[in-house]
Design a protein around this ligand. Structure first.
Ligand code: AMP
Ligand code: GLY
Length: 391
């Protein structure tokens, strides 16, 4: 098969690394990719908002399977667009359509979906300019900390948590006045959930599903989980506090009702569902849904899957995931991100990097913000590399 992966982060390098090991693979392409993905296939410099260019690349390179890494093209309806193209009827697409991606694309949509399907999550109010006074009243009645979320995609910056009531009110006002442009025309105010977070991933074919290894990411920049939030500075899998009893609750209370809820809404969801969960006193609650795999979690999830990953993806397209079982390496894997100095605030790019040969077969170096420039490896983003190791 010829496979195209869309995206340019460490998640996409991890996908490329894993899929390159499949005996079913003929050619691997990544768009736009990074210096790490180029070790496993051919990169194409493409704008992920340019759906026509993506469609053309798929035709030119005779792609059989498309794996969409990031949320933006999913929420914008890339799947819908490609499915409407009569020349691409045989293309396998991993990733939901626009309707399914709403689980991530709109926090208010996700909250209504969970309420409708009795899926445990924090209580909420949906506030727009029209009912802003109801938002102020709600905040008056709630206890600190206050959780405010821009409804739409805001590159991980749309959630603000504060202890201060007056600050919460001015955040609400600013968001509704367009702080996050279209993403904050609607704001979700939530009650604060106390607990420890973890990430569960399912691959679904629209009917059946496989639960992938459970992971936990660590979002703060500093040693000992301190300092500002980032896109994620590392991850571990498995997660010691998530035992079988917890996973049984997650399956019964969250994963199954989510899939049934999608069916009730006539949404055919094929791809990954990322359940951002929190363990509150032994019970799991949903903090958020994502319509894709997580970063940096993917870097510790994929190496623990012993199956041919491309084969799993093909089974999901054939709607026979129930005929395969997932074979998971029981060992612990951790991933530490190397970031450019200054990240998550301002940082410089273009620094020269030289990499050692990994000391051990069980150590994997995954690239995020890297590029090759005249045979020289250079930094290209804030999060530059991940080092993943079993042990
Ligand atoms: P989200 O983008 O919805 O995942 O929110 C980003 C982060 O904010 C989460 O990973 C949590 O750490 C935190 N958060 C979001 N909602 C809540 C909540 N209701 N209670 C406590 N923490 C939350
Ligand atoms: N690690 C969280 C995310 O990918 O959104």
């Amino acid at each position: 098969m010829n496979v195209l992966i869309l995206g340019s982060g460490a998640r996409e390098h991890a996908f490329a690394w894993k899929i390159a090991q499949s005996p079913m693979l003929t050619k691997l392409f990544i768009a736009p990719g990074n210096a790490g993905t180029a070790l496993h296939g051919t990169n194409f410099d493409i704008d992920l908002n340019d759906f026509d260019a993506i469609g053309q690349l798929i035709k030119d390179q005779k792609i059989d399977l498309l794996l969409i890494g990031p949320e933006n093209p999913l929420v914008q309806g890339l799947r819908d667009e490609l499915q409407a193209d009569t020349e691409l009827t045989d293309l396998i697409i991993i990733g939901p359509d626009r309707a399914g991606a709403q689980l991530e694309g709109s926090k208010a949509y996700a909250k209504h979906f969970m309420t409708e399907n009795r899926i445990p999550t924090a209580d909420f109010y949906e506030i727009t300019k029209q009912n802003i006074d109801q938002g102020f009243d709600a905040l008056d009645q709630m206890k600190a900390p206050y959780v405010l979320k821009a409804d739409g995609l805001a590159a991980g910056k749309g959630v603000i948590i504060t202890e201060d009531l007056n600050e919460a009110k001015s955040i609400l006002k600013n968001m509704l006045q367009g702080q996050f442009v279209d993403a904050s025309q609607c704001v979700v105010i939530e009650s604060f959930l106390e607990g420890i977070e973890f990430s569960v991933f399912a691959l679904t074919d629209g009917i059946n599903y496989l639960i992938l290894p459970v992971a936990k990411d660590y979002k703060r920049i500093g040693e000992g989980d301190t300092g500002p939030n980032t896109g994620g500075m590392g991850a571990v899998s498995p997660v010691p506090f998530v035992d079988q009893k917890m996973m049984d609750k997650v399956t019964k209370r969250i994963i199954q009702p989510t899939l049934q809820g999608l069916k009730k809404r006539n949404i055919f969801y094929q791809g990954f569902i990322f359940f951002g969960l929190i363990n509150c006193g032994g019970d799991p609650f949903v903090i958020e849904y994502n319509c894709r795999m997580g970063d940096p979690e993917t870097q510790v999830v994929l190496p623990r899957i012993k199956n041919d990953f491309l084969d799993l993806l093909v089974h999901s397209a054939q709607q026979n995931l129930h005929t395969v079982s997932i074979d998971i390496d029981p060992r612990f894997l951790s991933n530490v991100v190397l970031a450019s100095q200054g990240y998550p605030a301002a940082y410089t790019k273009n620094k020269i990097i030289s990499l050692p040969t990994p000391p051990h077969l069980d150590t994997i170096i995954i690239h995020a913000g890297t590029k090759m420039d005249e045979n020289q490896l250079r930094t290209q983003g804030g999060r530059v590399l991940s080092c993943c190791a079993f042990g």
